[in-house]
Design a protein around this ligand. Sequence first.
Ligand code: NAP
Length: 250
Amino acid sequence: MNNTHQDLAGKVALVTGGSRGIGAAIAGRLAAAGATVALTYVRAREQADAVARRIEVDGGRAMVLRADLSEPDAAASAVEETVRSLGRLDILVNNAGELAYGCIEEVSQPELDRVIAIDIRSVFLAAQAAARHLGDGGRIISIGSCFNGRVPGANFVLQAMAKSALVGLTKSLARELGPRGITVTTVDPGPIDTDMNPADGETAEFQRSLTALGRYGEVEDIAEAVAFLAGPGGRYLTGTGIAVDGGYTI
Ligand SMILES: NC(=O)c1ccc[n+]([C@@H]2O[C@H](COP(=O)([O-])OP(=O)(O)OC[C@H]3O[C@@H](n4cnc5c(N)ncnc54)[C@H](OP(=O)(O)O)[C@@H]3O)[C@@H](O)[C@H]2O)c1
């Protein structure tokens, strides 16, 4: 398979939001490293199937699950279904998310509740369910954001609030699960060219100008960091995050 080391052979990974963008790249990268991958979608069934097919064509193993993470039971169900179908769980990647943008006067309560449900509650509930199954060497990796510590412009209140919550969750769980040999980390992207944040979008030029490298990153940049954290190289990294942001936060 490709020429990637099979560091994750025998491992099972669950990637939420694996149908498109960053999640699809993570699913492909973990599979290329030898993991069997369960990936979730909520609307894009065909794209999720295409990601799984590509993995299988490349000699890997993948399964597709529907999980609407705005629903309270969906995260734990995805974890349980993965374990039921694939026999174990070694790596949980909390990636799914929706665009959250707007000034505080305009954010409605349903919008607020939705962001909290998808970006915070589902991550907590997936981690809670995963913690019952992960063994020594297990990994919980959440896709945070470069907005988790600094906010360089207005109208990011929902995104910044939600992704900052992952910092507390990650540090607390690292303490709780460390004695079992499980690491808990985040990968914190800067502007990455996806449907959520296209490199030719309205605010793209502004975002580009905030990076040291002067450009957007690609989904593979995030997938590479996740693969590193998931593999043997990540074994002594816990309770912290890797900023993959082209220098956005320096
Ligand atoms: N792109 C960036 O610049 C950037 C920067 C910082 C952080 N991030 C974070 O990176 C993660 C991935 O973002 P992306 O840019 O790859 O976004 P994307 O291209 O819009 O993909 C989003 C993924 O999440 C899934 N999803 C959306 N709503 C969901 C829900 N209610 N329940 C379950 N799954 C849901 C989507 O499923 P369907 O395909 O079925 O709709 C899709 O697989 C997010 O957590 C985002 O906040 C992205």
